[in-house]
Design a protein around this ligand. Structure first.
Ligand code: AMP
Length: 582
């Protein structure tokens, strides 16, 4: 076999090395870690340190540590590290040398060739500097490929139909959007636009600013001049951000953060996702502007895009996925670890150069979106059943996500929670797969927070729990077979109808609290009837008569479990309600 060529993602925040082994793409780990933080330092004995150790040292000895060197590649500058100066190429070479060593340890053979990825917007000078970094590290850079090209190769190397794709890449310090076509493993970048000074670090900075303000107001201290306190705040801010990607609240606790007049200051507060999303809203808006510019550059409309690929750790921020979904009307791909996708693509390119066979990269993902309904706005009007996705289609399994909801009126003693499978903005058009009630809520004003957690495992078992935030009181259900398709559910409900005729109700699909099975279509129809009746006091006699006739028909079909018969009158009733509400 030819000498192995490694694939390298030389990132601003983290770097990774991958290879193709027996047809499979493999990220090579170092001490079980897949990512090497792109930090280089000198320890107190003068020894060069790279990765996690250097990253930890940065918190206390920033003067002896270098981070984000990628931002300086191609510039004629020198960086200080302890008492010496280095070029950006030399610092990058230290990271590359470490990755080479990690690969050699794994392969137990020398490595001298690499495919290295660079951002699509990198200039010739930046690319040349990257090549030089490879040479200094003892690596012959056999090819340099654009990061979006690498990402596209992971998803679509075998694709024969031409496709238009958008690669949305948001890392720690850089952001770029590329529009490309892919056909039979050949990726052509049509346009690329971005900001190489924007990324997850800026999101962290927003939280840091908020914490500094908080300390000023609450404790009358300015922590910004204390480097140790700032290092701790930086770490706490990033951790809170990561938590808020999966949960609606993050607790920030930093004891003995600093001292004021001999008194210890402890920082303790809760940050909500809603507050955090407001802090980064301007950044998200500007990112969506970038998407539009990139589309314009490629002379394509959003409707002509077939796929969106997410790259970079910061794309796990939920509101980014939501905004992309709203813009394009479909879920972006995120099934292959957004942090590792580029290195994997580099390895695929390396294998292609080497004539190696590569299998498609497959991971377990959810085939559907799961969520609940809440009062909100649909097509400009208030609507009680707006679908709120919690676990999105294509999420890697197992997946656990939490969202916060609030009660609607004062003294609300219970909430009814319905869980739906589907993607329609109107929850009633999705398939209801479970429901339960949380009772005995505290007698408080509207706005009582209810935390809803969905946990989906590899076998399609969906565990749903809801708790009152202030008391921790919890209720949960388990829904088996959440992967069952809409068609299967219809079949299952038909099977149950027939079985029940024989007096045996086999309810394996919806196993929750032993409640009798109700087909989701019938349940949705009942909710629709309730909604229609709620409008009776405010509509004309004619409309009321029309609706009453339809309700009678729906009720008749629902009573005999005739789901096909329901379809037409339900659609007509929905139309009337829509007309009346708009
Ligand atoms: P990368 O440059 O692709 O390694 O991305 C690193 C950035 O992704 C850092 O700013 C991380 O804080 C951010 N990041 C990683 N995981 C998450 C997450 N779950 N939610 C939000 N940001 C994340």
């Amino acid at each position: 076999m030819n000498e192995i060529i490694i694939g390298v993602d030389l990132g601003t925040t983290n770097s990774e090395v991958a290879i193709v082994e027996e047809g499979k793409v493999k990220i090579i780990t170092d001490n079980d870690k897949k990512m090497l933080p792109s930090f280089v330092g000198r320890d107190d004995t003068g020894k060069v340190i790279v990765g996690e150790t250097a990253r930890n040292q940065y918190l206390v000895y920033p003067e002896r540590t270098v981070k984000s060197i990628k931002r300086l590649m191609g510039q004629n500058v020198q960086v200080n590290l302890a008492d010496q100066t280095y070029t950006p190429q030399e610092i990058s070479a230290i990271i590359l040398k470490k990755l080479k060593e990690i690969a050699e340890n794994y392969l137990q053979q020398p490595v001298s060739k690499a495919v290295i990825t660079v951002p699509a917007y990198f200039s010739d000078a930046q690319r040349q500097a990257t090549r030089e970094a490879g040479e200094i590290a003892g690596l012959d850079v056999v090819r340099m490929i654009n990061e979006p090209t690498a990402a596209a190769l992971v998803y679509d190397a075998e694709q024969t139909e031409p496709k238009h794709i958008v690669v949305f890449d948001l890392g720690g310090g850089t952001f770029d959007v590329s529009v490309a076509t892919i056909e039979s493993g050949v990726v052509e970048i049509l346009s690329s636009h971005g900001d190489n000074q924007l990324g997850g670090d800026d999101f962290d900075q927003q939280i840091i600013n908020f914490l500094l303000e908080y300390l000023k107001t609450n404790d009358q201290v300015d922590a910004s001049c204390n480097s140790k306190a700032m290092a701790r705040l930086t770490r706490a801010a990033e951790n809170a951000k990561l938590t808020l990607s999966d949960q609606p609240y993050a607790q920030i606790n930093e004891e003995y953060l600093l001292e004021k007049d001999g008194v210890a200051i402890h920082l303790s507060l809760e940050l909500s996702r809603v507050e955090y999303e407001q802090m980064i809203d301007d950044y998200i808006n500007s990112m969506m502007d970038t998407v539009h510019i990139a589309l314009k550059g490629a002379k394509l409309k959003a409707s002509e895009i077939n796929e969106i690929i997410l790259v970079g750790g910061s794309t796990r921020t939920p509101c980014i996925r939501t905004r992309l979904f709203n813009e394009f009307g479909f879920e972006p791909h995120g099934e292959i670890d957004a942090d590792l996708c580029v290195a994997m693509g580099a390895a695929i390119q390396a294998a292609m150069i080497n004539g190696q066979q590569v299998d498609t990269v497959l991971v377990d993902v959810t085939p559907y979106t799961y969520g609940t309904s809440a009062i909100g706005q649909l097509e400009g009007s208030d609507y009680p059943f707006v679908f709120t996705p919690i676990i999105n289609k294509n999420s890697v399994l197992p997946s656990k996500k939490t969202e916060a909801f609030t009660t609607n009126y004062h003294g609300q003693a219970f909430v009814d929670i319905s869980i739906y499978q589907g993607e329609n903005l109107d929850a009633l058009n999705n398939v209801k797969i479970g429901e339960f009630r949380v009772e005995g809520l505290q007698d408080v004003k509207a706005g009582n927070v209810i935390i809803l957690t969905l946990e989906l495992d590899l076998n399609g078992v969906l565990h749903v729990s809801a708790s009152e935030k202030s008391t921790g009181m919890e209720k949960s259900i388990t829904i088996k077979n959440a992967f069952s398709s809409v068609e299967n559910r219809k079949l299952e409900s038909a099977k149950q109808r027939i079985t029940s005729l024989f007096g045996k109700l086999d309810s394996t699909l919806y196993e929750q609290d032993d409640e009798p099975f109700v087909a989701p279509e019938i349940d949705s129809a009942r909710q629709l009837i309730a909604k229609a009746e709620g409008l009776f006091d405010h509509i004309s006699k004619e409309d009321k008569e029309d609706m009453t006739d339809l309700i009678k028909t729906i009720t008749k079909y629902a009573e005999i479990d005739n789901i096909d018969g329901l379809e037409n009158p339900v659609a007509q009733l929905k139309d009337i309600i829509y007309y009346l509400e708009s």
